[in-house]
Design a protein around this ligand. Structure first.
Ligand SMILES: [Zn+2]
Length: 624
């Protein structure tokens, strides 16, 4: 990996050589202070020693690994200054949107200071408020161009009211609140959560696992929560045959949604109140298991494009259906193996996922591989309009199940997708120290199956209708589909919740209809029309992409309010919308149409053979 990185970075190094050599032999150290969390501002000092060169380029990543969208983090950075060791100001210019070129004039030490503003609480964004600090490293820590391989330390100066720091970074012995990373790839893979989170600890095979969690409802049983996490990790590491890290940290933040995986930690954002019901608790366990399983699948078992990373631009791959979809597949399979999810719950969830995929028109237009390639265009990592695109998450999970069942059948139930995952870990991560190509992934699967898997890989790369029933029959399961009018209605509208830019807020457009605008200057949000299905009620009513929905039936518009309005009505009812188009408000009425849905259900197949039943039992077995 190190060798690949040097070759990969050479173009950037050449740019720096033209400007003046920049070889750093000395220490690189960050100090981060956050004296007033309510100001949402981190003060960062970056001291670089052992430099040589007339000019030095410092860069901030454009994106955060795990979230496949350009983040443009440099827009949150201000008050940039550069000095030499004696405190003399050095001239600088910003030469690209993420490059600051400093006239170092051969100064051996350059000290940068800058502020980073963070108000959006999300796993890929740096955030600071009175409730917590979350340091998303790509948005906070600069690097010296061409020097990603350099070791680095980070000291966090906590405000007195906060006591706790959670991160996958290695603590520096003898130094308070100071951590080290072997290189900047490690630093960019280790977010830091600070505040007064509850903290727990457990061990699996002697390896410590730390849990920092906040906002979980008081009635949630903490010891059970920690015990279940331990059982999940035990099942996952047993499945993969390895505990491939020195320690692991679960960063669990309150409210909102979304998580990002890291090599020895994960950032997980969720509504802590949702854990109070059995269904909500199981959903949470699935979500945590997903981000955890990624420590194997994508952080170590990875497509060629996903590491070493180019932090300046998009890193495209066809294979997110493997990296994300198979992580969805394994999140629940791990829970079954752990005894935390039963077989019925698993199969019901799988049947629902097939239904949700089939009921979205996008599967006629986009394949899993196209969805992977295009995800950077939507900036969301999860696809775009469900009328024309698919989610490689749920499609990839179904492809994973089909691969697993065909491998089990082809090998006489001697091999499974588990063997493929373990094989990929050993062959590509441990031995070759690189990612795999599309062809190599397929070859590993076909070798385990003992034959061609052309049909499944065609499903991954085309929009061909999938014969699900055929594959689940391999495990003695019958898959029935029924089409019916579902409760509630449909208007065929796709919307997106977007942050309101300060310019619109200043013009008086903020807050109205948004879900934010409240706590401590947090951003306000707007609900914007993205697309309509052809001939749908939304299209007939005249809605257009870009329209901002202000009110739904007189209530401030949010995605949840709109969804509630549509699903609580019966076909023929009207939804009254107040919209803004090009700054002009108008009223609209949309007639709710019937909500037709295909529903899938698994049951044992009457004529299942002993071999098929054996596949079912070994596939969905409790293993610990
Ligand atoms: Zn994921």
């Amino acid at each position: 990996m190190a060798r690949l990185r040097v070759m990969f970075r050479r173009t950037f190094i050449c740019v720096t050589l033209l400007a003046g050599a920049a070889w750093a032999q000395g220490r690189m150290a960050f100090t981060v202070s956050l004296p007033q969390p309510a100001t949402h501002t981190y003060h960062v000092t970056f001291r670089c020693e052992g430099l040589k060169g007339e000019l030095q380029d410092f860069k901030l990543p454009q994106w955060s690994p795990g979230f496949y969208g350009i983040g443009d983090y440099s827009r949150n950075l201000s008050n940039f200054k550069a000095e030499d060791a004696s405190g003399h100001a050095l001239e600088w210019e910003k030469v690209t949107k993420n490059t600051w070129r400093v006239v170092a004039a051969n100064a051996p030490v350059v000290v940068l200071t800058y502020d980073v503003f963070g108000t959006t609480s999300f796993a890929a964004n740096t955030y600071l408020g009175e409730d917590r600090g979350y340091l998303s490293p790509s948005g906070l820590f600069m690097h010296l161009a061409g020097q990603l391989q350099h070791p680095v330390t980070v000291e966090i100066q906590l405000p007195p009211v906060w006591k706790h720091i959670a991160t996958g970074l290695e603590p520096v012995k003898g130094k308070t609140n100071t951590f080290e990373a072997a290189d900047f790839d490690v630093l960019y893979d280790c977010p830091i959560l600070v505040g007064n989170q509850e903290s727990y600890e457990f061990e699996v095979k002697g390896v410590p696992h730390y849990v920092a969690v906040e906002n979980v409802a008081a009635d949630v049983d903490r010891p059970k929560m920690v015990a279940d996490l331990k059982t999940m990790v035990t099942a996952a590491t047993q499945l993969m045959g390895d505990v491939p890290y020195k320690h692991y940290t679960f960063l669990m933040m309150g409210r909102g949604g979304g998580g990002i995986e890291h090599s020895n930690s994960s950032s997980n954002q969720f509504d802590g109140n949702s854990l109070s019901t059995p269904a909500g608790y199981l959903r949470w366990l699935s979500f945590i298991a997903h981000e955890y399983f990624h420590n194997f699948n994508v952080k170590k078992i990875r497509p060629l494009a996903l590491g070493p990373f180019n932090y300046d631009q998009e890193n495209l791959t066809n294979m997110l259906w493997v990296s994300e979809g198979l992580s969805v597949y394994y999140q629940d399979l791990v829970l079954v193996r752990a005894g935390l999810m039963n077989r019925d719950q698993y199969l019901t969830k799988m049947a629902n996922a097939i239904g949700s995929f089939d009921n979205a028109a996008g599967h006629h237009y986009q394949s899993a591989t196209e969805s992977s390639q295009n995800t950077w265009n939507t900036g969301s990592g999860i696809g775009g309009d469900r009328n024309t695109t698919i989610s490689y998450y749920n499609n990839g999970a179904m492809l994973g199940a089909m691969l697993d069942l065909q491998i089990r059948t082809g090998s006489g139930n001697k091999k499974s997708l588990d063997d493929v995952m373990r094989g990929l870990l050993q062959k590509y991560y441990v031995q070759k120290k690189r990612g795999f190509t599309d062809h190599e992934f397929r070859a590993e699967c076909e070798s385990a199956a003992g034959g061609s898997l052309a049909e499944i890989f065609a499903y991954a790369s085309t929009t061909k209708e999938v014969d699900y029933a055929h594959y689940y029959a391999l495990a003695g399961l019958k898959l029935d589909a029924t089409t019916e009018n579902a409760p509630g209605g449909s208007i065929g509208l796709d919307t997106d919740t977007q942050e309101i830019p300060p310019s619109e807020m200043a013009a008086g457009g903020g807050g109205r209809g948004g879900r934010g605008g409240g706590r401590g200057g947090a951003p306000a949000w707007k609900l914007v029309v993205v697309d309509m299905a052809a001939n749908s009620p939304a299209a007939t009513a005249g809605l257009k992409a870009g329209d901002r929905i202000l009110q739904v039936d007189g209530k401030p518009a949010t995605a949840a309010v709109l969804n509630e309005a549509i699903t609580s009505k019966t076909p023929g009812d009207k939804v009254k919308l107040q919209i803004s188009r090009d700054g002009v408000e108008q009223a609209m009425e949309v007639v709710v149409a019937p909500n037709t849905k295909k529903t899938y259900r698994f049951s044992p197949a009457d004529g299942a053979t002993a071999a098929q039943r054996e596949i079912l039992d070994s596939w969905l077995r409790k293993a610990i």
